[in-house]
Design a protein around this ligand. Sequence first.
Ligand code: N01
Length: 476
Amino acid sequence: MGIIGAGMSGLCMAATLRRAGYHDFTLYEKADEVGGTWRENTYPGLSCDVPARFYSYSFAPNPDWTANFAPGSEIQAYFTGFADSSGLREHIRFGTEVTEARWNGERWQVSLSDGDTDMVDVLVSAAGVLHRPKLPAIAGLASFAGSAFHSARWDHSVELADQRVGVIGTGSTGAQIVSALAGVAGRLTLFQRTAQWVFPMPIVSYSRLGRALMRRFRPLNRASYRFYQQLLEQSFGRAVVERGWRRRLLATLCRLNLRLGVRDKELRRKLTPPDQPMCKRLIISGRFYRAVTRHGVDVVTDAIDHIEPEGVVTADGVRHELDVLVLATGFDAHAYLRPINLIGEDGVKLEQVWADGPRAYRTVALPGFPNFFMLMGPHSPIGNHSLVAIAETQADYIVRWIDQIARGDIRQVAPTERATDEFNAAMREAMPDTVWTTGCQSWYLGKDGLPELWPWSPARHREMLAGDHTDEFVAR
Ligand code: N01
């Protein structure tokens, strides 16, 4: 078996295989360390906006989280520590990128960047969603004379203290960076194209005693995991996909947060989004409004016209002189497996199948691509939810098919076109109830303008991946 990627979901898949008694598998990891997005993102202020107790594998709780929202470095340490303690490292081929995977009628022929070729019976993609940085198409960007870098390629050699720092982008990343750099940079300028809603959430540190209790009484960890799971599923998890009081309540809390957090009317006007809370991915932060109201922090809402060696010039003709320019402009969220060349039955390329946008069977499989499965595939429930929990559900489902293959009941299996079409049609039908279709631009939307998210609750995702659905697959 082959797994593409040793990030959060690749490790999850590997651990699930191990727990099911499998040892014959390899993870292909392009980098030289595990962790995926948590390895690549190291920007100041990086933290997870899902509570850490729930952003952990349910089978590997971490009693040592230092706060409710753990910093990125701690999460990366959790994954590297897990790779060590679980013994999974021996299965990982580091520095090995999968360039092509081709179904030869019996098995997957996997071509690797080091020139090798592997043959595997089952191939699982755990290649991640948000890892291809999107650079803005702004005239003159390359001419900037100071340091410029994308948030996921942070240059730690660049001095920030007392420097004039500009940040382009006000998504979750931009908000975290601005919160961390306010008061550090000499002058901080946030270039905001569209204001975003912010849900207030304080960061609470866990005491040593609390951590010791978690270590001593393991059921406490489990209870805490379930508590946060229920809290998120019953609040954000339902508010985004159901009209009703939950959506109204969370929206009101966001509006109140802005009203109380930003007293200056002009600044508040600038920071008032044109769309409904949660239409774009909600920013979770108890620090952002405090940061932008600080002395030495400017929010610029005039459109960026071009960039010059000295700084950013906005449409009103003002030149904002800068030493450092941070591009917190997001990721290509629709690239999925690209640039891997995936070739299924009859030489059909994934590129052709996904010409109109990525689609899958129940987020995990593809017709015409036998014995191929995905974690975090198209339409996975990735709103403000724990991707770790979603990956576990998908890994459990995939292992059940692997069990059948391993027992010799079947040799190859892929979902039918019909079942995949029906599933996608049902999803399209459910989209109008979601908050993502209420009128905003975001990385959630695909080419056809429809959200590429799961339009039902996370609980429904578990239910939909609970059975085997043998009647919706072609198995030989
Ligand atoms: O990216 P984004 P992100 N000129 O796409 C602006 C996850 N995440 O990296 O809104 C000017 O959300 C763009 O403006 P607009 C999380 O899932 C998780 O912040 O398009 N501005 C927007 O403001 C998140 O949703 C954590 O008008 C330009 C910003 O750049 C996802 O990553 C932490 C521009 C991009 O926002 C992506 O977040 C951080 C241009 N040419 C991130 N082009 C956790 O805590 C783009 N923008 C788990």
